[in-house]
Design a protein around this ligand. Structure first.
Ligand code: PFF
Length: 453
């Protein structure tokens, strides 16, 4: 029945439901928290260009591959990566790809939930008027104060994981669609408002120059790896989240069009977030290399200075929490679907096991800001290691293997049918990308980051 029929977990109500859910997965902390902070850390425009190239040349073809593998298999990523290779007469070792994705999912979810907890914590912070008229020192102290307090971090991390588990336990369909349809456009509007504020009151020209006038001498092998990892992270690729969502997609919906819409929306939101944040950073004299706290510090300072900032700021952090929520749901889905399929567990039990494990691992990230702050591995704290290992290593590796699998292992008849290109040339271009360009590009970036040449 592979390639026809439906997943036992159900199917999206419409093509738009899939697009909304996948966009909900893609748009999240990666766009608004991580994109600006890694751009700041790695010097701006040259990094942005590499990131955009990675989205177009690697991200979009891999997204098409990931969706089509999911839809062809119609099962959780682990079982899909068992069934499809068996049917194609390929080695069962491919199932390791499914397992690596699930492992990466646990790691990503564990720190994602901690950062989403910061967004939740900033709702009462902003609503209490704590940032109104505050200077940069006060705003920075609020952030470090939060990180210094394991109790607060644990509370918000727990609330966030529980909210995520709640939706996943009820089945991904009900809930996500409604949330995304209303909240995403609202988040977008609020970001635009911040861009407008930055144009008037911030150092807008400086921000535009920083984001769009490249200085390639600032680019190292390491920053290219981070840019590529960010492309995977922001598009939710390489761990099976989009594969799981693809397995609930109707056979009639066009995969290339869907992938284009999702990647386009995600990229626009990241760039707008950059344009919202950097004018404030430069105007307030904040350091763009501030790191993981950049967005929280810069935006709360900006909201503190603008008229009605308390209201807009509160709303912003509520919406950011929602954006993180719809992403976290997608990270939880692959492992949950696997437990339901293979262990016969009911969804609530499966979700509890998955979310509970990620919650536990997340405690390490919480402690890395206070009790364990002296513990450094390769110059990173525990959360830094989790973030680096998953985002810059496991996701690109997973994406590369998915591209190879779709390009070399799946029969051509299958990929032709799933992608449904009217124009043969487009199909050949995709095939060339996933067979050669994507794997070679990823290997080169890995090799450069390791200093091999
Ligand atoms: N794409 C999400 C974001 O940008 O916040 C994060 C994410 C979701 C990463 C799902 C990986 C994933 F599978």
């Amino acid at each position: 029945m592979v390639g026809k029929g439906q997943s036992i977990h159900g199917q999206w109500g419409s093509r738009w439901a899939f697009i909304l859910a996948a966009t909900g997965s893609a748009v999240g902390l990666g766009n608004i928290w991580r994109f600006p902070y890694v751009v700041g850390d790695h010097g701006g425009a040259a990094f942005v260009l590499v990131y955009l190239a990675c989205i177009a040349v690697i991200g979009v073809p891999v997204m098409m591959a990931e969706i089509l593998i999911g839809r062809r298999g119609r099962q959780s990523p682990i079982n899909t990566m068992r069934t499809l290779p068996a049917e194609a007469g390929a080695t069962p070792a491919w199932q390791l790809l499914g397992w690596m994705g699930v492992l990466a999912g646990f790691i990503v979810l564990s720190f994602y939930s901690v950062v989403a907890g910061w967004a939740l914590a900033y709702v009462p912070f902003t609503a209490s008027g704590m940032f109104t008229g505050a200077d940069t020192a006060t705003v920075e102290a609020a952030f470090t104060g939060l990180l210094d307090s394991p109790g607060q971090l644990l509370l918000w991390h727990t609330v966030f994981i529980a909210l995520t588990g709640y939706v996943v336990s009820r089945g991904v369909r009900s809930g996500i669609e409604k949330a995304v349809r209303v909240l995403m456009p609202l988040l977008f509007l609020l970001l635009l408002l911040m861009v407008g504020y930055g144009m008037g009151a911030g150092a807008f020209a400086e921000a535009v120059a920083f984001l769009f006038t490249p200085d390639f001498s600032a680019l190292t092998g390491e920053s290219v790896l981070i840019a590529m990892g960010q492309a995977f992270f922001t598009l939710s690729l390489g761990l099976g989240a989009i594969m799981a969502y693809g397995s609930y997609l109707s056979s009639r919906s066009s995969i290339p069009r869907n992938a284009g819409i999702i990647a386009g929306a995600d990229t626009v939101i990241a760039l707008i977030a950059g344009l919202a944040i950097f004018p404030i950073v430069f105007a307030a004299g904040l350091d763009p290399q501030e790191g993981a706290g950049l967005v929280f510090v810069a935006l709360s300072y900006g909201f503190g200075q603008m008229p009605m900032g308390m209201l807009f700021g509160t709303l912003f952090f509520v919406l950011l929490s929602f954006a993180a929520w719809t992403s976290a749901i997608s990270i939880t889905e692959p492992a949950t679907a696997y437990l339901v399929e293979s262990r016969g567990w009911r969804r609530p039990r499966a979700t509890f096991a998955v979310a509970g494990t990620a919650w536990f691992v997340g405690i390490g990230s919480i402690l890395s800001f206070n009790y364990w702050s002296d513990m450094q591995i390769l110059g990173m704290n525990f959360m830094g290691v989790m973030e680096y290992l998953s985002t810059s290593v496991m996701l690109p590796l997973g994406g590369m293997l998915m591209a190879l699998f779709a390009g070399w292992v799946l029969p051509r008849s299958a990929t032709v049918q799933e992608l449904g290109f009217k124009n043969q040339g487009w199909y050949m271009a995709w095939l060339f990308l996933v067979r050669y360009v994507v794997p070679v590009a990823i290997l080169i970036v890995f090799a450069r980051a390791l200093g091999l040449f």
